[in-house]
Ligand binder design. Sequence first.
Ligand code: PRX
Length: 592
Amino acid sequence: MERYAELQAGFLWERARTELAGLPHGRGLNIAYEAVDRHCHEGRGAQVAIRWHPKRDDPIDLSFDDLARGSSRFANALAELGHVGGHGVATLAGRTPELYLAALGTLKSGGVFTPLFAAFGPDPVAMRLDLGRIAVLVTTANHYRRKVLSKRSELPFLRHVLLIDGGAGEFDDPTVLDLEPAMAAAADRFEIGPTDPEDRALLHFTSGTTGTPKGVIHVHEAVVAHAATGRIVLDFGPDDTFWCTADPGWVTGTSYGIVSPLVNGVRSIVDEAEFDAERWYRILQDERVDVFYTAPTALRMLQRAGADLAATFDLSSLRLVASVGEPLDPESLAWAQDVFDVPVLDTWWQTETGGIMIANYLTEPVRPGSMGRPLPGITAGLLKLDADGAVELDERGEPIEIEAAGDIGELALESGWPSMFRGYLDQEDRYQRSFAGRWYRTGDLARFDEDGYWWFVGRNDDLIKSAGHLIGPFEVESALTEHPAVVEAGVIGKPDPTIGAVIKAFVVLTGDYEPTDELRRKLIGHARKRLGPAVAPREIDFVTDLPHTRSGKIMRRLLKARELGLDEGDLSTLEAPIAGQSSGEETVGRSR
Ligand code: PRX
């Protein structure tokens, strides 16, 4: 592997682009072609692409040929139903082969793929199907019955529902079909139409602090970054077995759970089951996994299961472990390095960046606690913020960059890399607001040291990071206020050593309800039903009122300061020290 300095000096995105095949006859660039069909055309079709571990049964291998044929069948089945070009296809399903075939088949057919997290409850699902104008939903009968059916009339864009596990008969609805016969009836060859690199390919939803989630748009060109970052950071080689533990419902599970390993021709593990320490160690051992990409939360959960358990497995096949999603604290890093006996590399990126932007590298010394250094081809900058958390501008109207090591500012990336998002769906203003001059503003606070290593400080907004996933307080607050007992709710992330933050709600009750433990349990149950367990609050406090700014916004930062026992006048030790100091708006209201 080349050293960082050499890589940086010789790197050009244009050159990275030439490593890809492009569609035959100059018909453009398509992610699915690079991920599967190309390998078949180049004689690697029989190689194992995905080794799928079902929850209970023995693993099943899917070759590149299998993926090529299956995804073609899916694309043809879509065409048969009249979906040709630009159509939105979502999955709401566990990690089963159909999800992967649907993703690749959608991309082949010129559609836009949206993976939804199967643990979402009906509210987040309906909102995303609606916002994404999803025309086809691939799901199971159970998910459909529990989460979509009662809202179907509010989803005018949804034209077809394809059930992975069959059972469409139950719904007596001509738009609800069984997937398997539809695929079986379709041809297993599909010619991918001309695909412009700027054509939309993926739509991922990420949380916002207020209002609706943001639909983050990625185009086919993103595959250039998926391919290159897999090689540069995850060190993919042709004989590797790779395991990315993330669900495709989150961006990591798509960029690095589907696209990057397939494009690089490595064998990928897909595990249908949820976290289980012993199962994970067994998979790492039995599958002789070389490269393991996971989250700090997962590493901490493995740590909690004890070093004794780890010691009973042979993990000697591993060459590198990488993590993403939240800060990898030095203690977890040291533990993982010890147990796996390989370098453990923190990587930083976001839904909006589409791929890894800042990372540690196998060839370079790791600084515990640092996210590492920008990828070749990526320029990171640190923007100076004023007391309101806004970017400070110089007299020419350009953002002021922080030059001094150690100072805190907002992490920004010079725009123009291939996997940069191309928009927030239907929110052009919001998209424009996330840029300042030539910089994309990440919303993260950070600093760098003398040697150019970057250190994460916190978020510059109220978004909550729990178990590696961004959660918008507004969605949780809305679900709570749907309950007749609740007048108003304010939601914060409360620091937690294992999952980063647990979701805590402060709730104001209507006069008719008493603040009892039973009501607390009921509200948590209500939220879990609406939102799903990953997003619902774990703790609820009853308060008489919530603190507001004069403009009426709930001051979540203040709620958090009080919760953590910090001085309310000095919020400097909150996650977002700069923006948190003062919103410039007086507090009104009072909380108990
Ligand atoms: O705050 C940063 C945190 O996760 C945010 C992005 O979340 P999401 O769009 O859901 O994508 C997660 C997976 C790519 C970032 O703005 N984050 C991500 N990686 C790190 C991190 N925080 C600290 N250290 C990291 N390595």
